[in-house]
Write a protein that binds this ligand. Sequence first.
Ligand SMILES: [Ca+2]
Ligand SMILES: [Ca+2]
Ligand SMILES: [Ca+2]
Ligand SMILES: [Ca+2]
Length: 493
Amino acid sequence: MKTTFKTSPMKKLLLTLSMALIVILSNAQSYNPLVKEGTVSPAPMLPVEFHGTGLLSFGVGNSGSTPLHLQLNQEMVLIISLSDGTPNNVDPIAALGGTWLDKFDWTYNSDPLIRTYTGTQNQEIPGFDAGDPEASYGTITIDYAVFRNTPTQAGTISNGFNVNLSPPDYTNGFNTTNDDAVSSYTYVEAFDYGDAPISYGEAVHEINVSGASVNYIYLGTSVDPESSYQASSDALGDDSNDTDGDTTSGENDENGVTFPLLTPGATVIIPVSATIESGSFAFLNAWIDWTGDGDFDDAGEQITSGPGSFIASTGTTSLSVTVPLDATTVPTFARFRIGNPVGSSGPDTFGEVEDYQITIAATCINPPTVVLGSSSGSTCGLTVKTVTGNTFGGSATSIVSITENGAGSVSPTLVGSSPFDFTYTPATGDFGNTVIITVTTDNPLGAPCEAATATYSLTVYPVTPDQTIELDTCIEAEAGTVTETLTNTFGCE
Ligand SMILES: [Ca+2]
Ligand SMILES: [Ca+2]
Ligand SMILES: [Ca+2]
Ligand SMILES: [Ca+2]
């Protein structure tokens, strides 16, 4: 069956108008330039004293279905304001990055009161396509360096950025979604950690940097930040760790304590220097693991008392310390903390901790001794020499050897009681020589005590051989015997 529709002129007009409307509606523009997903990393950042840097990032794109074409003087413009920071590059443009960097032409105003990037669209921005969402959305990044600290204590958190998007004028009336600005901020924060073995517990101090607090206080001449406890078997973990961002590795901020020679029983002064920001004060506390058992908990191991030593200005504090007689002489550890009156581990709200490996020098409390009746003597020819009035003492219980370097012999070579004598029997080979006799004790306590020794120098003179004496004059003598004792220059017969 064939059906014919006839249309009146009025209906024809309406149909034409409605079709035109459909065409207009189907050509409706859908623009939505946007910025979103502002981030700051890391958060928080290190303070300006420690060269704090980070990466700012945000997304920019068009979620409308219509491309943002490039129209002179109607470009999309991004205004990025750095807050309390600067580009981390001598060339500010080189600090920029991101997948959409090249879709904009960039300038930077370095006026300290402005510090603003301007990015001007330089090409078409595609409309959103669900099949290729990345075509209409990309990222801009900025390498950022902390310019001014905004610690949480200061009440403001403003290290970061704000970006405002100026949409093209032709999008007015279409770009109705409120997503033309995004910002992200963080704050600065730094901590100093201990580096003794973990058995001593984690000590950590927040570093209250300048401008943040009146408590910019540290031991010695510097403090540097770490991101975690630096447990190390030699307590040098902090020294060798570089987290202050200046690319110089291994700064040593353990510079507040100078150890004197520590020996058991000695009372010594340990000088501890500190830097105190004007108008502030702190307490110094310190511990030494005398027992060497891996903690600072034993009696006497805290070498400061009460709340600690009160320190109100930069300078050196002298801690008087008596080393226990039974202190370990294997390497042990010491911890110094400046800040609040705190224990040997745990957090503190300001200050610094310095851990050290130290060795208490071994000393002998009761050394063996030996004293000879005299230190030298002489004998003539083969005459036996006896040295009397010798003694040993201290921790020595015997003489374990009496030795000589001559041709003769010494006796006895072992002695069990004090006082004692010994003798030297010369041989002809000793004539004209000096024989050294060495007396050595035992050492029942062992190291660090040492056996005592003493030496005796014996000079052995030759005797004068038989001689014929010629007399110049004839002596009238009666019959009998003439006895004449001759001595040589040594006094020997
Ligand atoms: Ca440190
Ligand atoms: Ca220090
Ligand atoms: Ca201990
Ligand atoms: Ca250390």
